[in-house]
Design a binder for this molecule. Structure first.
Ligand code: AMP
Length: 496
């Protein structure tokens, strides 16, 4: 049976969110700093919304944080409560201005700005229903559906927390959301806790901060307090911070790929420092897949801590074999076709003096389509490497991700279509080995047991009901792999 004919509405986003409530402080400026620390989670667009007690102002655009905000723009965002967002949109996602966040939404008297990290998997039907009710949309993003639902329910119940709770009961998927009204900050996380979200406190009781990662707290001098719990809603206003378990927690399913790739090494996720986790991954892989070589190098940035771990445990010296250009981001200024063809050379340049004549172990965090490795191996050979051994500190990615990784069909995933020997031949390496899933899990001893490892093992924590009708996503997924208790379910909702 053919299941799908069109893509879902821009489902593949892994972004960063930041929120702050700090009377007497320049909330927008602190948000600007927070977004700098979280820039690695999304380089396509950036935005800040600020509330001054009376209204909410939003500034957003395509590009990096530094490209979007000028001093005068920041100065115009006045107020003591603010949120910010950096957006990572993948090949299927829209790069329009309207898709940039925060989304400003006004339904009658309810003015909110919302920023979302994650992917909702059932918004098509909810959107249609809202359209039927006369609600208009500026973009086709899942995040705007969430914003409009909250506005809708808040209007009906006259209560923002009730509006959020009802919305959480309806939306499915991965979400770490921050939201402001003119005088309050809200933050909430999906019942599986797929994307990270943490709470920090500014010194001297100056206010509260919410961030996707703890590095976003550090940059504004906030002390980590705790993670937002799955299914929990936090509200901060003049009465202080209150918390409510709005919807029941489900099995904990923090994305394991956060430790592998997404998060910054100086962040802590569920009590585990990402740098240390990556170091352990490298050590574990050197035990699982040793090889005789002269140097170990990492693919910057995410492969480097693991390469150092691999080198320490194997006794093979660590060396920097490539230099990364840190100023090439994904921006709205597209490189020319000729430059694009230079591919990896736009970002990485080899150090022949380090590489020439050496047997090189190359440690990278993941192999997705295989493009990076193929080009990198060629580059290292051109620079004189005599052998190139690829070591990947995650298991083969064989399942599409519905909650953040830029992969929507299995066909795109090299490990789903080729054997190890075929991949070795394709990328031109001398050998290839992956870290086992058991090995990876042992490196990430989070406080709360349970991860989403769907990209590695096909066990999706959130029902895929809507994917049964939508998108090339599910065209590649055999029904036998849909979680049994959810197969065939359709979300029940009543917006009236
Ligand atoms: P590929 O070239 O498709 O095999 O991609 C693997 C490389 O992309 C690795 O070096 C990763 O660090 C990086 N990577 C992994 N996941 C993502 C993602 N979701 N978005 C962008 N880059 C990624």
């Amino acid at each position: 049976m053919s299941l799908c004919h069109e893509r879902p509405d821009h489902p593949e986003e892994a972004c960063a969110v930041f929120g702050i409530y700090a009377p007497g402080e320049d909330a927008a400026r602190l948000t600007y700093f927070g977004l700098h620390a979280l820039q690695h989670r999304g380089q396509e667009s950036a935005g800040i919304a600020a509330g001054d007690g009376k209204s909410v102002m939003v500034t957003k655009d395509r590009g990096l944080v530094t490209q979007v905000f000028s001093e005068s723009m920041l100065a115009s965002l006045e107020g003591h409560v603010a949120i910010g967002h950096t957006r990572y949109s993948t090949s299927g996602g829209s790069s329009s201005w309207d898709a940039a966040q925060p989304h400003l939404s006004a339904i009658d008297e309810t003015i909110i700005a919302l920023a979302h990290n994650g992917t909702l998997v059932n918004t098509n039907r909810l959107r249609t229903r809202l359209l039927d009710l006369g609600v208009s949309f500026r973009s086709s993003t899942d995040s705007e559906v969430a914003a409009k639902l909250i506005g809708h329910f808040t209007q009906k119940t006259n209560h923002m927390r009730e509006g959020i709770r009802k919305t959480m009961e309806l939306i499915e998927g991965a979400y770490a959301i921050v939201l402001i009204t003119p005088d309050a900050l809200y933050a909430f996380r999906d019942p599986n806790g797929i994307r990270p979200l943490c709470i920090g406190a500014l010194p001297d009781n100056k206010g509260w901060v919410i961030a996707s990662e703890t590095c976003g707290l550090d940059i504004v001098g906030a002390d980590f307090v705790r993670d937002v719990e799955p299914g929990e809603v936090i509200r901060v206003n003049a009465d202080g911070l209150v918390s409510e378990q709005a919807v029941p927690r489900r099995s904990h399913a923090l994305c394991l790929f956060e430790y592998v790739y997404f998060a910054r090494p100086d962040s802590r996720l569920d009590g585990v420092n990402v740098y240390e986790a990556r170091d352990r991954m490298g050590r574990a892989l050197s035990r699982e897949a040793p090889v005789e070589a002269d140097i170990v190098m990492g693919v910057p940035d995410s492969g480097v801590p693991s390469a150092i771990g691999y080198a320490r445990t194997s006794g093979i010296p660590y060396a920097e074999g490539v230099v990364k250009n840190r100023y090439v981001g994904r921006t709205f200024i597209q490189p020319t076709q000729a430059l694009r063809q230079r591919g990896i050379r736009l970002k990485l340049n080899p150090l022949p003096s380090v590489i020439a004549g050496k047997r090189v172990v190359v440690v990278d965090d993941s192999l997705v389509r295989g493009n990076t490795s193929k080009q990198l191996v060629q580059m290292l050979r051109d620079a004189g490497a005599t052998e190139v051994h690829l070591r990947i500190v995650s298991p083969p990615i064989v399942w599409p991700c519905f909650y953040g990784i830029d992969t929507d069909t299995q066909k795109q995933l090299i490990a789903a279509t080729k054997t190890i020997d075929e991949i070795v031949a394709y990328v031109g390496a001398d050998s290839l080995a992956y870290l086992s899933l058991e090995g990876l899990l042992a490196c990430c001893p989070a406080k709360t047991p349970g991860f989403c490892a769907a990209c590695f093992n096909g066990e999706y924590p959130v029902r895929l009901a809507e994917q049964q009708q939508l998108g090339s996503f599910c065209a590649s997924l055999e029904p036998r792999f849909w979680p049994e208790e959810h197969a065939g379910m359709t979300p029940l909702f009543d917006l009236m």
